[in-house]
Design a protein around this ligand. Sequence first.
Ligand code: FAD
Length: 436
Amino acid sequence: MHATRRRLLAATAALGTAALLPGPLRAAPALLPPAKRGRVAIVGGGWGGLAAARRLRELAPELEVVLLERNDAFWSLPLTNRWLADRLDGRLLRHDYAAAARAFGYTVLRSEVTAVDRERRELRTADGALAYDWLILAVGIRDDYRAWFGDDARPAAEARQQFGSAWQAGEQQALKARLERFAGGDFVITVPPMPYRCPPAPFERACMIATLFRQKNLKARVIVLDPNPMMQGFARVFGGQYRDRVVYVPQARVQAIDPFAKTVSTDFETFRFDDALLMPPQQAGGLAWQAGLIGRDVNDAAKASGWAALDPLTQRSLADPRVFVVGDMVDRASQLFGHYPKTGQMAARQGQIAAAQIAAEAQGKEAPRRLPDSTCYVLAGAEPMEMMRIETRYRVRGDGLIMQMVQQHYDAQPRDEDVAWAKGMFAELLGPAAAG
Ligand SMILES: Cc1cc2nc3c(=O)[nH]c(=O)nc-3n(C[C@H](O)[C@H](O)[C@H](O)COP(=O)(O)OP(=O)(O)OC[C@H]3O[C@@H](n4cnc5c(N)ncnc54)[C@H](O)[C@@H]3O)c2cc1C
């Protein structure tokens, strides 16, 4: 296929505007004048993108850094469960991008990127095009409703609108309003099959929602349908302080969902719900698919893996040496353990690794080798407050494979260590003002 037509098709597929076809490719207006030296475009102002932007400015001040983000502000997902149960001031969750851009000296454009043209090294947005020398994609995840509903858009739209899980930054407000309206009955949470964003978070959310129901004296229970092996630590919590509030169902693989009749069927049972967080399988954000960065399934090479394939030692895309992929969107890191945990700190560390690679390349140096790490605080109860800390560290084995070491600590008397950790990360990502 002719390269120009291929580019136009790629751009059009992402826009979903078949009406643009056929026709000559018109050059989109440039969003910014050409860069004087090299330009790094970063798509996604979440944990991965923000960390990459800051580190690039520190390591390679000669490069121009442009961050493109569709949301009006940075919204933290960490701490949202605590906030849902009224145990956190919500102002800590939202932060402006402008202060970060000023503090670190990069440009932020509020824009949805609709396509990546890798041949021309150009991004497409509704407002114009942006040329890049290097690209970092940090677009997070998307829900794969097709796994449940195939091409039937009606139930998918109903599931998303009425029973969405608020697993994306900025969606938590709508969930809080829903929880406030909930008058009682069964509240179902379908945990997605692994890998998914923040493995302990559905269980933490179940506990916090149950806390809220108890506080409001509602005749209500939370039913958790889990298709994965049970997460260490939660058996005790569900059987302890939440035994009258949380029903945990193991081996609960979703077979069918009817969002209109409000039913979920697993291999063994059908559950009727009054409200729900319906979480389908997850996969890399849409732009990774449009850009052709998705890997192959390890068990079936004919199938897409669903995630962006990378060299885990550099974060470089396997499809394009000018493109780096970071955060929750990335594919398996090692044959030994599969995916890195999809956490905020992990995404930030990966963003820093990609930044160091680009800075070194621009300066003709060798990049230092570093592996990411993750610390994750999980509330495992509110009355009394109980917390878990999951530390994940990595090293490269003699044969070149990355090894994972996980340690889980339990704390029966926490003193807001999760809030202190988050404030530290906000200051790192967004500048000192974000620590509140
Ligand atoms: C309830 C919950 C609790 C969590 N708790 C913790 C915790 O305690 N600790 C922890 O470490 N992690 C936690 N996480 C996980 C953490 O939030 C994620 O791992 C982290 O957000 C991943 O960062 P990311 O940069 O990959 O993606 P994101 O943070 O999702 O950032 C992606 C960004 O890209 C933007 N974007 C996507 N597509 C486009 C486009 N086409 N154009 C422009 N912009 C685009 C999105 O708007 C978004 O801002 C939690 C997650 C959830 C859901």
